[in-house]
Design a protein around this ligand. Structure first.
Ligand code: C5P
Length: 229
């Protein structure tokens, strides 16, 4: 069956406080988005890409896309809406059991090995799967007054990364249910969880950084250089 890649890249990157959205900032000789797409293409050269872009995006250049089969999707106000728009756009072509992987444009350091591990985990997986990393720090829950309410046992806590994926039909159901409840889940797994599913955690590399703050760019540059060495 077919593999669909959805890359939400319609964010404005407010926390970055840069002149342009973070997916277009320069990274390793190209841009964050171009690096992300190059990694995905290296792992899945024959997949179909759905690239979610802001409707008023003036930075996008089709030369950033290495996929032969791809389409541009108008993104929404929230990440979940951008992903839902992509799912809707492919409704006539996608089969319910096609695999869909959703990967943040802002994660250019994802490794090809992690991508192929996640895809393998999705085969025969009824509840979906995501790349994740066990937390290393002790985790505190904050009270409203900025003091510690309690310490969360960290041995069962993971950072949720991307890609995250599931069968097309299940992912559509999960995002439609979230929308019906009036919530915009920050990742696909939480939408699946709300349907009573238990997505599989696939241990990935810690350097699958999401570019969020200004100093993340220099870090991503170092990570890409170290991965290439
Ligand atoms: O803001 P955050 O880092 O959580 O965004 C994660 C990804 O979702 C980014 O690649 C961003 O471009 C994308 N996004 C989107 N549509 C939105 C908001 C974020 O595609 N409305």
């Amino acid at each position: 069956s077919r593999l669909w890649l959805i890359v939400p890249a319609a964010g404005v990157g407010r926390r970055m406080a840069a002149d342009c959205p973070k997916q277009y900032l320069p990274l390793a000789g190209s841009t964050v988005l171009a690096q992300t797409l190059a990694r995905l293409h290296a792992a899945f050269p024959t997949a179909t890409l759905c690239l979610c872009l802001a409707r008023d995006d003036v930075y996008f250049d089709a030369a950033m896309v290495p996929f032969a089969d791809w389409r541009r999707i108008g993104g929404g106000a929230e990440r979940a809406e951008s992903v839902a728009a992509a799912l809707t756009a492919i409704a006539a072509e996608a089969a319910a059991d096609d695999a869909v992987l959703v990967h943040d444009a802002a994660r250019p350091c994802v490794s090809v090995d992690d991508l192929t591990h996640l895809q393998a985990a999705l085969v025969d997986e009824p509840d979906g799967a995501l790349l994740a990393v066990p937390v290393a720090d002790t985790m505190k829950r904050a009270a409203a007054d900025g003091r510690v309410a309690r310490t969360e046992p960290r041995d069962a806590l993971w950072h949720a990364l991307t890609p995250q994926g599931a069968r097309y039909g299940l992912l559509c159901d999960a995002l439609a249910a979230a929308r019906a409840r009036g919530v915009a889940p920050t990742d696909e797994a939480s939408a699946l969880e709300a349907l009573g599913r238990a997505p599989r955690l696939v241990a990935g590399r810690r350097d699958n950084l999401k570019i969020t703050h200004p100093d993340d760019l220099a870090l991503a540059e170092q990570i890409l250089a170290a991965q290439a060495a």
